[in-house]
Ligand binder design. Sequence first.
Ligand SMILES: [Fe+2]
Length: 273
Amino acid sequence: MIRSKSLFIGSSNMTILHISDSHLFADAEQTLLGVNTRESFEAVLDNVTRQGVEPDLIVMTGDISQDYSAKSYQYFAERISQLNKPVFSLAGNHDELSFLKQYLCHDNLFLNKQVITEHWQVLLLNTHSKGQVYGVVTADELTWLETCLQDNPELPTVVFMHHHPIPIDSLWLDKIGVKNAQSVTDILQAYPQVKLCGFGHVHQTIDVQVDNIRYLSVPSTCVQFLPQSDEFSASEERPGYRVYHCNRDGHIEVETHRVSDYSPTVNLAISGY
Ligand SMILES: [Fe+2]
């Protein structure tokens, strides 16, 4: 796989649209915890367009599919391509890697792990561990991460991954984050050019500053989980996304959006997913 992509932005700033956890099915009528995931995904993308968000690139941090079907990836690829922007995707615990390669790696869809622009570096770290709900970052992946940071000390950097690399004060979710999180954060914290670490998986908004790094999770595009809950619990919060305006001086402005005209019908009685 080609690991690096050079992206010409054309302005000194870079805007990233961050979406995650669409949990799509082959069947357009299928629901997750009562939420029609295709409908909510459409509502999120419609909102992006209506809000006038003009990203230079889109990052999807995984759990694209819920049923591991080829059709769910085909649908995602077709729908996200309509935004006409470069899309970089990562695998979540719910993803089928062969389908990512088959459907999300052509035209404007990329699986590159490193994006270099004139003023920024974006890194997409793999935390997918086959057959596991929790994440693991392999020794090779850690070496790659550190090499990218060593090679580009002058470029402010945004790092994305699927699983959360910091505790989020939710007992059940903290058991299924990145297993070797400390190895990851030790590297990130050692390089002052790392400004932001964005992740999905937790279906809620987390915003924690540790030294130079802002750790941010994004709402799922479908069902949300209740923050600070010891046990699995869904929430009726609306689907959403984040937008990062990355200025050339390394400063980042963060926007958080939740859809306003779509209310998911969440089945709160279900005790797991
Ligand atoms: Fe998820």
